[in-house]
Write a protein that binds this ligand. Structure first.
Ligand code: PBG
Length: 329
C-alpha cells in the first residue's frame, strides 16, 4: 500500500517500461491482405482505403518480394472478379485457371517461403454480391457449402497453404476438411472466420472488390442471415467451438477493435491459435482522421494493434502491416 508501493516506479523511464512491457507487436504477427485484379502493370489505389492497392499479377509478384524482404511472411489473397464472370453460383470460383488460382501460383513462384492463404466465399464471384447461392431471396446453405468446398480444393491444388472460409455457412469447415483429406491435401490448413459479425466496417473492402450485395428485388440487402449479430457474445463461442470440432486449425474473430471482448473470451476458451481481422473500415477511419490531422497516425495504429494482441490475438490480418514495419524501424 502507498507509500510503500508506488506503481509509477515501473513507468518512470523508457528502459523500465520496456522491461515490464507485456505485449510486443512484431512483424511475425501479421497476415497481409492483398487484392488482385486482371491485367498488366496495374497498381490501383482503392479510393476508400488510402495507400492500399489492387495489383495485377505482375505487380503482385513485386509486392510480395518486397513484403518478404520487410519480414512479412504471410499473405491473405482476395480476387476482384470481372463482372462478366459473375453468376449466382460463383462458377468462376472453381476455375482452375481463375485469377485467384493464378495469384496463388504467382506468389509461390516469386517467393516460395511465403505462406499463402486464400479467401473462400462467393461474394466476389456472385452476381448478387452474396457469400452463397441465392434462391427465392434466401441464401442457401448446403448448396453454397458444396461450391465453397470445391473452391477450397481448387485453391489447395493451386498451392495455397491455408484456405480461409469467410462465408459463415453452417457445416462448411467439416465439408472442406473432408474434401481436402479425400484429395490428399492433408497439410492444407483451414483458418476459419469463426466469429464473423454482420458489420458496417466492411464497406471499403466491398468497394475494393466491387462485391457489395446488389440492390435488386429478392436479394437480401445485408448478410445478417449468415454473419453474426453484433449484439451476441455466447454465440461466438459456440460458432468457434463448432469450427474447431469440424477441423479448423486457426479460428478468427472479425472485425477487430469493436470485438476485443469476444477475442479475449475465445482466447480463454480454446486452445488453437486465434486470428483477428482488423478490417477495411477500421483502416479507413484511421487514415481519414489522420489525413485531417485529428489523430497521430502511427501512434494510433500501434495502440490499436497492441490492443488487439493484448486481447489475445496470435495472428493479426491488417492493412497496416507495412506501416508497422516502417514504424518499428
Ligand atoms: C468476404 C469477405 C469480406 C471481408 C473479408 N472477406 C466482406 C464481407 O463479408 O462482406 C471483409 C474484410 C474487410 O472489410 O477488410 N466474405
Amino acid at each position: 500500500m502507498y507509500p510503500i508501493i508506488r506503481n509509477r516506479r515501473l513507468r518512470s523511464n523508457e528502459a523500465i517500461r520496456a522491461l515490464v512491457r507485456e505485449t510486443i507487436v512484431s512483424p511475425d504477427d501479421f497476415l497481409v491482405p492483398l487484392f488482385v485484379v486482371e491485367g498488366k502493370g496495374i497498381k490501383d489505389e482503392i479510393p476508400s482505403m488510402p495507400n492500399y492497392f489492387r495489383y495485377s499479377l505482375d505487380l503482385l509478384e513485386k509486392e510480395v518480394k518486397e513484403l518478404w524482404k520487410m519480414g512479412l511472411k504471410s499473405v491473405l489473397l482476395f480476387a476482384k472478379v470481372e463482372d462478366h464472370l459473375k453468376d449466382n453460383k460463383g462458377t468462376e470460383a472453381v476455375n482452375p485457371n481463375g485469377l485467384m488460382q493464378r495469384a496463388v501460383k504467382t506468389v509461390k513462384n516469386a517467393c516460395p517461403g511465403m505462406l499463402v492463404m486464400t479467401d473462400v466465399a462467393l461474394d466476389p464471384y456472385s452476381s448478387y454480391g452474396h457469400d452463397g447461392i441465392i434462391e427465392d431471396g434466401i441464401v442457401l446453405n448446403d448448396e453454397s457449402v458444396e461450391v465453397l468446398t470445391e473452391m477450397s480444393v481448387s485453391h489447395a491444388e493451386a498451392g495455397a497453404d491455408f484456405v480461409a472460409p469467410s462465408d459463415m455457412m453452417d457445416g462448411r469447415i467439416l465439408s472442406i476438411r473432408e474434401a481436402l483429406e479425400d484429395d490428399g491435401f492433408y497439410n492444407t490448413g483451414i483458418m476459419s472466420y469463426s466469429a464473423k459479425y454482420a458489420s458496417a466496417f466492411y464497406g471499403p473492402f466491398r468497394d475494393a472488390l466491387d462485391s457489395a450485395p446488389v440492390d435488386i428485388k429478392n436479394v437480401p440487402k445485408d448478410k445478417k442471415t449468415y454473419q453474426m449479430d453484433y449484439a451476441n457474445r455466447f454465440e461466438a463461442i459456440r460458432e468457434t467451438e463448432l469450427d474447431i470440432d469440424e477441423g479448423a486449425d486457426i479460428v478468427m474473430v472479425k472485425p477487430g477493435l469493436c470485438y476485443l471482448d469476444i477475442v479475449r473470451e475465445i482466447k480463454n476458451e480454446v486452445d488453437v491459435p486465434v486470428a483477428v481481422y482488423q478490417v477495411s473500415g477500421e483502416y479507413a477511419m484511421v487514415k481519414a482522421a489522420a489525413e485531417k490531422g485529428w489523430v497521430d497516425h502511427d501512434a494510433v495504429v500501434m495502440e490499436q494493434l497492441t490492443a488487439i494482441k493484448r486481447a489475445g490475438a496470435n495472428i493479426i490480418a491488417s492493412y497496416f502491416a507495412k506501416d508497422v514495419i516502417r514504424i518499428l524501424g
